[in-house]
Design a protein around this ligand. Sequence first.
Ligand code: FVH
Length: 272
Amino acid sequence: MTNTTAAQRVSVIGLGAMGTALAKALLAGGHEVTVWNRTPARAEALVADGAKVAASSAEAMAAADLVILCVLDDAAVREHIEPAAARLRGRTVVNLTTTTPEQARSLGVWAETEGIELVDGGIMAVPEMIGGPGAFVLYSGAAVAFERYRSVLELFGRAEFVGNDPGAAAMYDVSILGGMYAMFAAFAQGGAMVRTTGGSAAQLAALMAPFLQAMATLLAAQAPGIDTPAEFVQVQSDEFTAAAIDLIDTAAVESGNPTELYGVLRRALTGL
Ligand code: FVH
């Protein structure tokens, strides 16, 4: 097994905002980093930090034991990884490109066929947060490979392994992002509604943020209702929740605002 306390040979393919932040974290962690980017200027910018620049993605993949991909999408990953299969055999690939769970699973099947250890990742941070205390990254797939390189991956932020299914990290990723977008949608709607009273979205933000933080602590108590519904004793009835949402819906109608959001919430939460 590789000793991950020693400097590792790591390649980073894709040096957009996120790939650059990842490469810098690896360099700061003392690793031997080879980089490649489709537009070469972005790679050259990392030479002063100690990176070696590969002439092609294939060369970068051959230069390391751990290959990290962070490109635009699944198509870009496939474009570079498939022709390099022979060079990657026996190595570990960590794909930090955002993909769907099915795309991650499909890549996992391909990698297994080619004798490549694939770890799929979902980054829960913006580039400025990489290496900082608030950043965490979800991983799934090849558990042994993940553990082997855990200390390297922890340079990006807290490393959370969520399952052997290569699609698991992407599924948790989109689920968490869904929660974020639902919150932003409700804030946008609420901001428009309070403005009809002479209030402001800024004031709503100041009041809403601490309330939502407190509500977020209740998620764990809700989990058995989804994981083991037969054993779950629901505290608040569906009828109560539906009536509460209907009241919000009525307030939207009265203030001349759209109501689609509340209909969706009502159906999703109560099925009524
Ligand atoms: N930035 C963020 O906050 C989010 C956080 C969550 C995870 N995402 C995902 O990370 C992937 C990369 O995101 P990014 O922020 O680095 O994106 P860009 O700055 O737009 O850079 C895109 C890089 O992809 C390269 N690229 C695009 N197409 C190809 C291709 N066919 N072959 C090779 N490379 C390609 C692009 O190269 P270039 O335009 O500089 O030549 C950039 O290096 C992404 O999946 C996010 O969803 C980030």
